[in-house]
Design a protein around this ligand. Structure first.
Ligand code: NDP
Length: 306
């Protein structure tokens, strides 16, 4: 079978695209790496900037997107894309996986992004043993204990706010002396009595045998080093795009994001990018969702040219 459209990814961008594609009556298949993966939103404790749904839980919002797509009849398949190829002078796009091949006239790539690592020795070894990338997933294990969050963006501040509710102490470690997180989040965090900000500080070492015991910190201005005992370290230093499967075909920027504008158009006719995986100024749920809608509009225009 040759679909009109295959959507790769089932985060907010992929699901919005699925909703628009169903409404446009395109024969569509959504491929997702993990069953009901839902993207980064499902691991967000609370979302307070999605219009009309203040303070909604990230998991709940993610599930609402999915239920909406399913209600309209979207088909999902749980499979990992290995790479993408072209047939018939590019008119057919082929998705290669470890099992089957899937063909469509158009693709929307909405694979999102994953956690960036600090790249320190001990980081991988102690992941799951005190080191985590998801406060809402693992924070409950550290109730009444001391934790640290590294990063200065929305995610780091949201994580610290979440942890401050249950942990005895939360250190927010940031490499500069100001946060880039939304002002409203910063204000909330500064009010938490059990949160201490460690400015101009980098994590230079993650130490422990079979579980995290302490961090080696370095002050970037003074060069001073110190050890900090914590039970948990939450790393929230941004994301890297999930684009390893498509490097053969698409133009990426220097950070690995697919070069594409608001309409999702990439350097390959009929392949569109939506959400966090594309070059853009603001990576938010609301912009991911609008990307999904825009990309389907572009797909429809493209299919009319075939
Ligand atoms: P960001 O890129 O916004 O922030 C990453 C933070 O990590 C920055 O403070 C950066 O420092 C720091 N950092 C990066 N690399 C390192 C490193 N190697 N060592 C130490 N620190 C480092 O990422 P987020 O994950 O916070 O957010 C990703 C996107 O998702 C953002 O656009 C954010 O707005 C969005 N988001 C949207 C939400 C929503 O819609 N409700 C909720 C949460 C996030 P520096 O500041 O010095 O560059």
């Amino acid at each position: 079978m040759i679909y009109d459209l295959i959507i790769v990814g089932s985060g907010p961008a992929g699901l919005a695209a699925a909703i628009y594609a169903q409404r446009a009556k395109l024969s569509t298949l959504v491929l997702e790496k993990e069953y009901m993966s839902g993207g980064q939103v499902v691991n967000t404790y609370e979302v307070d900037n999605y219009p009309g749904l203040p303070e909604i839980g990230g998991f709940e919002l993610g599930m609402k997107f999915r239920e909406h797509a399913e209600k309209l009849g979207a088909s999902f398949l749980n499979i990992e894309v290995r790479h993408i190829g072209l047939e018939e002078e590019g008119r057919i796009k082929v998705i290669y996986t470890d099992r089957e091949e899937y063909r469509a006239r158009a693709l929307i790539l909405a694979m999102g992004a994953k956690h960036r690592m600090l790249g320190l020795p001990g980081e991988k070894r102690l992941t799951g043993m005190g080191v985590s990338y998801c406060a809402t997933c693992d924070g409950a294990f550290f109730k009444g204990r001391a934790t640290a969050v590294v990063g200065g963006g929305d995610v780091a501040v949201e994580d610290a706010l979440f942890l401050a509710r249950g942990c005895s102490k939360v250190y927010l470690i940031h490499r500069r002396d100001e946060l880039r997180a939304a002002a409203v989040l910063q204000e909330q965090l500064k009010k938490c009595e059990n949160v201490e900000f460690l400015w101009d500080t980098e994590v230079a070492g993650i130490e422990g045998d079979d579980h995290l015991e302490c961090l080696k910190l370095k002050n970037k201005k003074t060069g001073e080093e110190r050890m900090l005992d914590v039970d948990g370290l939450f790393i929230a230093v941004g994301t890297v795009p999930n684009t390893t499967s498509i490097t053969n075909l698409l133009q990426l920027d220097e950070n690995g994001y697919i070069v594409a504008g608001e309409d999702g158009t990439t350097n390959v006719p009929g392949i569109f990018a939506a959400g966090d995986v594309r070059t853009k100024q603001l990576r938010q749920i609301v912009t991911a969702v609008s990307d999904g809608a825009n990309a389907v509009t572009s797909v429809q225009a493209y299919l009319n040219t075939l």
